[in-house]
Design a protein around this ligand. Structure first.
Ligand code: SER
Length: 319
């Protein structure tokens, strides 16, 4: 077994920034990026890149052997809104890619796995505020069902086969480098783009829809901290609750108005409202803070300032 890192789904919203961060930490050649399609030019040029279908065991096995991989970050997934439209495809991608990676770890071909879960594992019957680490979990979306099943399998592989798999339940993630795709929390990224481009945004979630959210730099820092923590500290082998901030559309709009006073928000809720309504408003992440020192840094104001500054620069460069 090698010692390099493979990121599966490296061209996605999280994968892109995770690849850059891990290449910075371990060196460009130590981190192999892969995705079903090509993505960010800088990402593909700054180190090894492979086109890989995460649902194909043979392809994964070949890349792992060829590049002497020891650690896999499995970031390929179909998110909540898209999976409602393509339930079987979502289930197939989200579950089979996980089984392939867990089985590669069980069979001694890799030694460590990161797999992302989500706040979508909770459902309408879970406590809505400060949702505990361990509580009622009856997700009502295909995505949430796949993530909850995945969590149970992660814990099972740890218990039965001693697989060192680690996971967090990400809240909605906000970033400027790569757009999210097919998620219910995507509005909180689109709103910054539209604020700069047209000065107005029509939200597909209605006023008062409070959801847990996090700035990408916090999410990346947390992910790497979890993977770096000594195994004995990782008490949770399903997935850790992870929180930073919680806000509703009108609150993010107000934060933007501080920097762009003429910004306007409208509301036209669609099918994604029902998904959002089934999720928690805020998360209790005490266990992550206690076990491996999780701490977020960005609040809504600091995040908004950073998003607007970085997007403004990117938009002017692309003109
Ligand atoms: N951000 C994701 C989604 O909206 C939740 O994990 O689907």
């Amino acid at each position: 077994m090698g010692s390099k890192i493979l990121i599966v789904g490296a061209c996605g919203q999280i994968g892109t920034e995770l690849t850059f961060a891990l290449r910075e930490k371990y060196g460009n050649d130590e981190v192999v990026a892969s995705d079903i399609k090509e993505g960010n030019q800088e990402l593909m040029e700054s180190g090894p890149f492979e086109v890989v279908d995460a649902t194909d065991y043979q392809q994964l096995e070949r890349i792992i052997e060829q590049h002497q991989i020891g650690e896999v970050y499995l970031m390929a997934a179909m998110l909540s809104a898209t999976a409602e439209r393509f339930p079987m495809k979502g289930w197939d991608l989200n579950m089979n890619s996980l089984f392939h990676v867990l089985n590669l770890a069980r069979d001694g071909k890799i030694s460590k796995v990161f797999w992302p879960s989500s706040i979508a594992v909770f459902g309408p019957t879970s406590p809505k505020n400060n949702t505990p680490q361990v509580t009622v979990m009856e997700p009502s979306t295909v995505y949430g069902i796949s993530k909850l099943a995945g969590e149970r399998w992660c814990e099972y592989y740890f218990r039965k086969y001693n697989v060192d798999v680690r996971s967090v339940r990400y809240p909605g993630l906000i970033s400027y480098k790569t757009l999210p795709g097919g998620g219910t929390t995507d509005y909180a990224v689109e709103i910054y783009h539209e604020a700069l481009k047209s000065g107005a945004y029509t939200s597909f979630l209605q006023e008062g829809t409070t959801l847990p959210m996090m700035y990408m730099s916090d999410a990346i820092r947390g992910t790497i901290a979890l993977m770096d923590a000594p195994a004995k500290n990782i008490q949770v082998r399903s997935s850790y609750n992870l929180a930073a901030l919680s806000f509703a559309p009108e609150e993010i709009a107000a934060a933007i108005t501080k920097y762009l006073p003429d910004f306007k928000i409208n509301y036209e809720p669609d099918y994604r409202q029902e998904i959002a309504d089934s999720w928690p408003a805020s998360i209790d992440d005490r266990q992550a803070r206690e076990d491996w020192g999780w701490e977020h840094q960005f609040d809504l104001d600091r995040m908004s300032k950073s998003m607007l500054e970085n997007l403004r620069e990117m938009l002017s460069l692309s003109r």
